[in-house]
Structures are given as C-alpha cells and as structure tokens.
Design a binder for this molecule. Structure first.
Ligand code: C2E
Ligand code: CA
Ligand code: CA
Length: 520
C-alpha cells in the first residue's frame, strides 16, 4: 500500500513542479481560499464534511509541501553536501553531459560568482558571508526547475547544471542566465542588514562545444566564460565561444612574455613631473611604468598590468619600480637637481603584504634615502573598500615612517570621510575628470572648487592630475590647488630626459623671476 501511495504522491509532486504550480497550490496563497473551502464544504455536506476538510487539508498540505523534489542531485545536496570539490563538480558536469548526449539532447553548465562576498566576509565576518551563501544557494535552487541541480563550488562560486533538453540554444541560455542573475541579485536581508551583491555569470551549453568534446570540457569552458565575465564588469554575463579559446591562448602568451620581460629588466618606470602652483618649482615626480618591447616599442601599462596582476607578479613590479625610482632620485641628486620626491603607485595586493613596511624601510636604507623622499600613491577605491585591517595599518605605518601618502584618482572611489580619517593621507590627487576643461566650464569649476574646499577643511594638500592646458594650470593656481601634473606641463619620460627637462625648467623659473613674473 505504501509504495503505490508514495509513487502517486511523487507523480503528483512532479506534475505540480513541472507546471511550476507547486508554490501556488501549496504556498501561503492557499490560505486565501480556506474560508471559501470551509464554507463550500459546510454547504455541500454539513458538519461531517467540515470535519473531514479540517483533517484532510493540513494532511495533504504537509505531504505535498514536506516532500523533496524527485531529483537525486537535489536530495543529496539538501542533506548537507552544499559545497562540493572541483573534482566532484567536474564529475557531475561530465555525467550530465554524457546523459544528454545519450538522449541526443543538450545540457548546460552555468557558473555564478557572487562578487561582493569576499569583501563582506572581510568586513563583517565569515558568519554573515556564510548566511548569504546559504541564502544564495537556496535562491538558485528555487529559480531552477526541480530536475536541474545547483551546488556551491567555492567561497563565492556556484554551479547550476541544466537537465537535458532539446531547446538549450544560445538564445534560451542567455535568457536563462539573465533571469537567474536578476533573481540572485535581489537584495538579501539578514540580521546584519540588507546586502546587495552583484553576480557575474559564465556559461557553456553543450551545443557550443566543438565536436569530440568530452564531459569535462563543459565545466572548463564555463569557467573560462566566467573569468571573461569577471574581467569585464560587475554583473556581466558571458557565453563560452571557441573565439574565447583563442583569446585565452593569447592571454597566456602575454602572461609568459610579460613575466620574462620583467625578469629581463624591459619593464621600467618613466617619470612625470609635478609642479608647485605657487612657486612653479618641481615638487615631485610620479613613476609610471612602461614596457620597452623589442618589437612593439613602448607598451603602456594598460596593456600589461592586468597580466602581471593575474600572474601574481605585482610585488616584483613594485620592487623594480622602487629600485629604478630610488636610483634615479640618487642620480638627480648627484647632478645637483632639486627633485624632492618620487611617487610610486601601489596596487591593492601589495598594500596587503604584511612585510611591505619592512621591505620599503630596507630599500630606503640601501639607497641612503630619507623616507620623506618616497611618495605612496594609493587608489581611493582601495581605501574606500577596505578602510580597516592590513591596508590601513600598512599605509599608516608608511606615513609614520615619513613617506608621503597620496590618495590617487580622488573623486572616483567614494571613500568616506570616516575612511579618510582612519588612514593617514597627506594629499588628495584629484582625478583628471574633475580637472579637464575647468577653464571653459562653470559647472566643472564649481565641482573642483568643492573638492578643494573639502581638502582644505580636512587639512590635506591637493594635486590635480591630467592638466592639459596652460588655462587649466593658471586656474588651478587661482583656485588654490597646491600642485599640478599633466601633459600640459610635461609627459612621462625616461630618467635622463627628466634630468634635462628639470634643468631647462629651472632656467625658465630663473628667467621668469628676473622679469618679475610667475613661471607658467
Ligand atoms: P594613474 O596612476 O592615474 O597615472 C596617471 C595616468 O594618466 C598615466 O597613464 C599618465 O601618463 C596619464 N596622464 C598624465 N597626465 C595626463 C594628461 O594630461 N592627460 C591624459 N589624458 N593623461 C595623462 P599611464 O602611464 O598610462 O598609467 C596608467 C595607470 O597605470 C596609472 O594611472 C596607474 O594606475 C597604473 N600604473 C602605472 N604605473 C604603475 C606601477 O608602477 N604600479 C602600479 N601598480 N600601477 C601603475
Ligand atoms: Ca597614480
Ligand atoms: Ca591617477
């Protein structure tokens, strides 16, 4: 008796689930019909019918709602195995692929990266992150059909395997990825407040794999698509295509080339001067890295920094820039030039290095340089996203050592005033977007004046970047910005040219002083 009954229930639940009716027929909406059902029952069959209904409704409700969906994958995962290893994920994806192939149908593997989870874990603790992971996975399962399966495969990564079907073409999968992404990005309320996570999606449909592909390829390709999505923008969706394979191959080549270039010393900084707006004198130089490529000439950092970052080589890059910068400074000193400081750009990974302060102290000693001759450029976004912990400690320790700290790209990263107070900063480096056309646009001028007013109230110096014209330069001086840097003054150049430029600049200042004019 138990078997046919349980089979009947299973069939009933499967049918409801397939029709996507389960949550309607047994959800809380059902309560709205209770008065009508009881009244109808009483009208039709009197008190005995009413009693019968009172017993049958809760029983049926419990049986249907309490049962698990008839999919083995789901049942196993709900029993606690929510996080699976990559090897298990590979196996499951391969099994799905083979099942679909045997049935002459298609399947797909979708990967989701919850992009803010790592920051939440760092800032608010693992407990909050774990709550969100559980919620996230529950949502994903809720959004999928019961015959699909979903699991967590990393700290912030989730996988969905779509049950075999005939119509899993690119268009259908894109629509599915979009729907799932929107569902997952809904604000998530926990005890600690409401959290907003962006979700990157990468997927691979078995129909898009090249002939002869095996099951394991599907997850690999979905991972490549996800990496592509994450490299692009928050909330990006990318489908695997064979073109991506060529791109990834080119990226691997770039990665090994750029690593070799770093080892061979082909990656070196150029220097761009910064001027004090009141005296016109050089107040420092910024070190900006260039790749002297034997075939392609000068390659800008936008083309290779990402590869160095992915190769985990940012530390070596800074090491090289620091050594070049400090030895250039020593060379300029020896030539009698007055270049007070070299500023170096530090990426987030380096600022997280617990040995950073000791390493810099050691390097400064080696070159016999006072710490005040070294500027540290930290992006506003880095401070905004991690006001506490290791980054704040490192930056503050460097400031205590005597290094000057510039908050780079200021105005683009939304660092709070509180964050600015927690981390020692000496100077705001106002982003080019606030500086451009200040001599021609009243709105732009007002924005810049507001930023300068803020810096003044916080007791911070200012440097404007991206100064392209003498009009902008003159207005910056009028508005009270302390320093200026940009193509309008000079482009970045190698150390020997900078020495030449500094000599000529000193002569220009001397000549202007003789004529009693302020140098431009
Ligand atoms: P950044 O730190 O904001 O550097 C300023 C960028 O603006 C430089 O581009 C510079 O050449 C450019 N620039 C300067 N004046 C002007 C101007 O008047 N107009 C315009 N349109 N651009 C101007 P670059 O050298 O291509 O560097 C780009 C970014 O690469 C830098 O932005 C920095 O974030 C990063 N970078 C450069 N060198 C290093 C390095 O050694 N380490 C790290 N971590 N990042 C670096
Ligand atoms: Ca910079
Ligand atoms: Ca900048």
């Amino acid at each position: 008796m138990r078997r046919p009954l349980s089979q009947g229930l299973l069939a009933c639940r499967t049918l409801l689930a397939r029709l996507q009716l389960r949550r309607w027929t047994v959800g809380p909406h059902m309560l709205a019909f209770l008065p009508a059902l009881t009244l109808g029952g009483f009208w039709l069959g009197g008190e005995s019918m009413l009693l019968g209904l009172a017993l049958v409704i809760p029983l049926a409700y419990g049986l249907v709602l309490g049962a698990e969906p008839p999919v083995a994958g789901h049942a196993e995962q709900r029993a606690g195995q929510d996080l699976v290893s990559m090897a298990v994920a590979q196996d499951l994806a391969a099994q799905g692929f083979e099942r679909a192939r045997a049935a002459q149908m298609h399947t797909a593997c979708l990967l989701f990266e919850a992009e803010g989870l790592e920051t939440i874990s760092r800032r608010m603790g693992e407990g909050v992150a774990e709550t969100l992971r559980v919620l996230f996975l529950a949502r994903l399962r809720e959004l999928l059909r019961p015959e699909d399966s979903a699991m967590r495969i990393g700290d912030s990564r989730f996988m969905a395997l779509i049950a075999p079907g005939l119509r899993l073409d690119l268009e259908a999968l894109l629509a599915l990825a979009d729907r799932l992404q929107r569902g997952l990005e809904e604000p998530a309320a926990t005890d600690t407040g409401v959290h907003y996570l962006s979700v990157a999606v990468g997927f691979c449909g078995s129909a898009r794999l090249r002939p002869g592909a095996v099951g394991a390829d599907m997850l690999d390709c979905a991972q490549a698509a996800l990496r592509e999505a994450m490299d692009n923008a928050p909330s990006a969706i990318r489908a695997w295509s064979e073109g991506m394979r060529a791109e990834r191959r080119a990226r691997t080549v770039l990665l090994s080339e750029v690593e070799a270039a770093l080892a061979k010393g082909q990656i070196q900084p150029w220097y761009q001067p910064q001027l004090c707006t009141s005296t016109g004198e050089i107040s420092g130089v910024e070190a900006l890295v260039r790749w002297m490529h034997p075939q392609h000439g000068i390659v800008p950092p936008s083309r290779f920094l990402g590869a160095l970052h992915d190769a985990g080589r940012m530390d070596q890059l800074t090491e090289a820039v620091l050594h070049h910068g400090l030895s250039a400074l020593r060379g300029w000193d020896e030539q009698g030039l007055r270049i007070p400081r070299v500023s170096i750009n530090f990426s987030e990974v380096e600022l997280r290095n617990p040995r950073l302060v000791d390493r810099l102290k050691w390097d400064l000693d080696r070159y016999g340089m006072a710490a005040s001759r070294l500027g540290i450029e930290v992006l506003e976004t880095v401070i905004a996203e991690s006001p506490d912990g290791i980054i704040a400690r490192n930056v503050t320790a460097l400031a205590r050592l005597g290094c000057r700290v510039d908050l780079d790209d200021f105005g683009t990263g939304h660092a709070s005033i509180a964050a600015l107070r927690r981390v020692t900063v000496h100077r705001l480096k106002i982003d080019r977007s606030f500086v451009t056309r200040i001599d021609r646009s009243e709105d732009q001028r007002r924005m810049l004046a507001a930023v300068l007013g803020l810096a003044d109230r916080l007791g911070l110096e200012t440097v404007a970047e991206g100064v392209e014209s003498s009009g902008e330069h003159a207005l910056l001086a009028q508005l009270g910005c302390d320093h200026a840097q940009g193509f309008g003054i000079a482009r970045p150049m190698p150390a020997p040219q900078l020495a030449e430029w500094a000599r000529e600049h000193a002569q220009r200042i001397a000549a202007a002083q003789k004529l009693g004019r302020r140098p431009a």
